[in-house]
Design a protein around this ligand. Structure first.
Ligand code: ADP
Ligand code: ZN
Length: 292
């Protein structure tokens, strides 16, 4: 009998649900906007019910913060999110109760990191950042996610402000910290500076140099803290084709020759899995792992 694996990418904007085969190829996929928890979870359950007899396991990669401690009373919950209606929601429990298969529960960026590490055969340490509505990162070392009490929160580290941001008194948009990485470099921060969405800001705008300065600081933090073999940047904002080169140049300046790093074109990269598929592939592999 065929074995199928389930992937739930639970994003703050949309949910992407997919079923894949033993080669982690997508058999069927749906996506829908993240509305109320009840409505969104109901749609998620309905999608997987059609595959119930063949499903071996399901992995959820969720927006956060989430509780990933299996010994905690609130394991599987979305916890302190500012997203309306979603704080303290038992995401895992509400879905898992509807099925008789094992579930793996982690962050969306951990799922993406797992997928990206899987397709890079020579790599066993990798950091994956998403630069989108929020910023987060997942770090992998020898097949394990880095984290102890909870998952890492690399989007909420403080960064050094760009001189232009100081000059313009731009303090950042994070509701918790203002000028953390997410506050200074997420999609909404671009919109707050420019008065228009990131996708509409022209390529010649100096905002991209400001943006690259922060993303390069993220790459520097990842380098110093984890010494990974590869740093992957995904998410909507990285849709700017010119961004990677700016980040390479700025990263070089900030590193200032302190450590040896690989050729930057191989070291600081965009996802190898196309079409925003890193988390889906990662989830299939995590579902496979949990079902063994
Ligand atoms: P999410 O983080 O909500 O899952 P995305 O990763 O697509 O989704 O990020 C959405 C954010 O990225 C929005 O703030 C959007 O304005 C911004 N964004 C999307 N595409 C681009 C682009 N090509 N250039 C700059 N910003 C973009
Ligand atoms: Zn923050």
């Amino acid at each position: 009998m065929t074995q199928l694996f389930g992937s739930i990418e639970a994003g703050g904007t949309k949910f992407v649900c997919a079923v894949g085969n033993e080669s982690y190829k997508i058999i069927e996929k749906v996506q829908f906007p993240t509305t109320t928890p009840d409505e969104t979870i109901e749609k998620t359950i309905a999608f997987f019910k059609a595959f119930e007899t063949e499903l071996k396991g399901i992995a959820i990669g969720s927006f956060g913060p989430i509780d990933i401690d299996p010994d905690s009373k609130t394991y599987g919950y979305v916890t302190t999110t500012p997203k309306a209606n979603w704080a303290n929601v038992d995401l895992l429990g509400k879905i898992a109760n509807a099925f008789d298969v094992p579930f793996y529960f982690t962050t969306d960026v951990n799922s993406s990191a797992y997928g990206e590490a899987l397709v890079r055969k020579e790599v066993d340490s990798l950091v994956y950042y998403t630069i989108g509505t929020g910023i987060g990162a997942g770090a992998i070392q020898d097949g394990h996610f880095i984290g102890g009490l909870g998952h890492t929160e690399a989007g909420h580290t403080y960064v050094k402000p760009h001189p232009k941001d100081l000059e313009n008194h731009f303090e950042g948009v994070c509701p918790f910290h203002k000028g953390c990485l997410e506050g200074m470099a997420s999609g909404p921060s671009l919109e707050a500076r420019a008065g228009m969405k990131g996708e509409l800001i022209p390529e010649y705008s100096e905002i991209w140099d400001i943006q690259a300065y922060y993303i390069a600081q993220a790459a520097l933090q990842a380098t110093m803290l984890y010494r990974p073999q590869v740093i992957v940047f995904g998410g909507g904002v990285m849709g700017q084709a010119h961004m990677l080169k700016r980040v390479h140049d700025t990263f070089s300046e900030l590193l200032n020759g302190y450590l040896p790093v690989p050729d930057l074109k191989e070291y600081i990269v965009t996802p190898a899995i196309e079409g925003n598929g890193s988390a889906t592939v990662g989830n299939f592999a995590l579902a496979d792992k949990i079902s063994k």
